[in-house]
Design a protein around this ligand. Structure first.
Ligand code: KG4
Length: 339
C-alpha cells in the first residue's frame, strides 16, 4: 500500500503545503508574506494572521496539483517547531483538525531535520544524487547556524552552533543598517557581485570548538558605518557594493573555517549545505571550490528547497511514517531550537 502524505509548514513567514507519495514529491506550494517588507523583519502577529488567510488555499492548491483527494491521504505531517509560536499554531491546529476529521495519523516534524532532509527530495522527473551517511551539514538560515553530523535520517549530532545571532539574521540586520530592504540576504548577494570583498574588514569571532558567533560582527559593522557616515553622509551610498561584498566575505570566512575544521577533524568528505542562506552564491562557490580541489563531495539543494517549504517537511514525515513515529493530537508546538 502506498504512503501518501500531506505536509504543512508554517514556522515563520511562509505558508507551505506539499504532497508526497512513497517518498516522491508530487506538489509543493508556498505563499510568502510580503506584508513584512515595510517593517524590515518578520512581525509575528502579522505572520500568524497571514498564515490563517493562506493555509486553506495553499493546502487546496497542493492537493489539486498532486491530483490527490483528501480521502487518499495516509497521514498529515506538520512542523511542530522550532519557530514563531503564533505562526506554528496555525499550521499545527489546521493539521490536527484535518487529521482528526479524516481519521488518519499526525506526524510531528522538527523544522531543522526538514532542512537537512531536503537533500533527499526526489520528484517524478528529477532523481538526484543523495548524500551517504554519515555526512556533515552546514545549516544556515535566518534563525539557525549549525554544523550537524547526520548519522542517519533520524540521528543528528550538533557539533557546533551559534551562541548568539544566526548568519542570516546578521546579514538581515546589517542590510537594515545600510537602509536596504528585507530580507537582506538576496539584496546583499546581488550587490556583493559588483563589489570588492577585501575593501573593508570587520570583527571575526575567536571561539573554541565548532561554535559560531555573529553578534560581534554585526556590532563592528554598525560602529564602522556610524563613524564613516559621521565623516561623510554619502559613505553608504558611495560604497554599498564594497560593503555588501566585504560583509558577505567575512560571514562566509567564519562559516567555512569551522566547517572545514570539523570535516577534517572527523574525517568526513561528504558535506551538504541547507537553510535559506544556502541560496547565497558566494557560499555556494566556496563549497564548489572545495569540491573542485578534490577535498569534499558537496550537496547543494535546489533553490526551492533552501528557504522554508513543506516539501522538506514531507520528506522528514515520510521517514517518520516508515519508522512508525506518529504524534498524539495533544502534543504542543514548540518555539525553541531543539534538535
Ligand atoms: O531558511 P529561511 O527561509 O528561514 C528561516 O528558517 O530562517 O532563511 C531565511 C534567511 C534570511 O536571513 C535571508 O536573508 C537569507 O536566508 N537568505 C540569503 C539569501 N537568500 C536568503 N542570505 C544570503 N544570500 C542569499 N542569496
Amino acid at each position: 500500500m502506498s504512503i501518501t502524505l500531506l505536509a504543512i509548514e508554517s514556522s515563520c513567514d511562509d505558508t507551505s503545503a506539499a504532497v508526497m507519495r512513497d517518498g516522491i514529491l508530487l506538489s509543493n506550494v508556498t505563499a510568502s508574506q510580503a506584508v513584512h517588507e515595510m517593517y524590515g523583519g518578520v512581525v509575528p502577529e502579522l505572520a500568524s494572521r497571514a498564515h490563517q488567510q493562506n493555509i486553506v488555499p495553499v493546502v487546496d492548491a497542493a492537493l489539486k496539483q498532486a491530483n490527490i483527494e483528501k480521502s487518499e491521504l495516509s497521514a498529515i505531517a506538520v512542523t511542530l517547531g522550532p519557530g514563531l509560536m503564533g505562526s506554528l499554531l496555525v499550521g499545527v491546529s489546521f493539521a490536527k483538525g484535518l487529521a482528526a476529521s479524516l481519521g488518519i495519523p499526525l506526524i510531528d516534524v522538527n523544522h531543522l531535520h526538514g532542512h537537512i532532509l531536503a537533500h533527499f527530495i526526489q520528484t517524478p522527473d528529477d532523481k538526484k544524487e543523495v548524500p551517504p551517511y554519515p555526512f556533515l551539514c552546514l545549516l544556515v538560515s535566518g534563525g539557525n547556524s549549525q554544523i550537524v553530523k547526520v548519522n542517519s535520517h533520524n540521528n543528528f549530532e550538533v557539533l557546533g552552533q551559534t551562541i548568539d545571532d544566526a548568519a542570516g539574521e546578521a546579514i538581515d540586520k546589517c542590510s537594515k543598517v545600510m537602509g536596504l530592504g528585507y530580507p537582506g540576504g538576496p539584496i546583499i548577494d546581488r550587490m556583493a557581485r559588483q563589489g570588492n570583498p577585501r575593501a573593508f574588514s570587520f570583527a571575526k569571532p575567536n571561539l573554541p570548538g565548532y561554535d559560531y558567533s555573529f553578534s560581534g560582527l554585526k556590532t563592528s559593522f554598525l560602529y564602522f558605518l556610524r563613524d564613516k557616515v559621521a565623516e561623510n553622509p554619502n559613505f553608504i551610498e558611495n560604497n554599498k557594493n564594497d560593503l555588501a561584498a566585504s560583509l558577505e566575505a567575512t560571514i562566509i570566512e567564519i562559516l567555512m573555517k569551522k566547517l572545514k575544521k570539523a570535516a577534517q577533524d572527523i574525517g568526513i568528505k561528504h558535506v551538504a549545505l541547507a537553510g535559506g542562506v544556502s541560496a547565497n552564491s558566494a557560499l555556494r562557490k566556496a563549497f564548489q571550490d572545495m569540491e573542485d580541489k578534490g577535498v569534499w563531495k558537496i550537496y547543494i539543494p535546489k533553490f526551492s528547497y533552501t528557504t522554508d517549504n513543506a516539501a522538506m517537511i514531507a520528506m522528514s514525515g515520510h521517514y517518520r511514517y516508515l519508522d512508525g513515529e506518529f504524534c498524539s493530537l495533544d502534543k504542543p508546538a514548540f518555539s525553541r531550537t531543539v534538535f
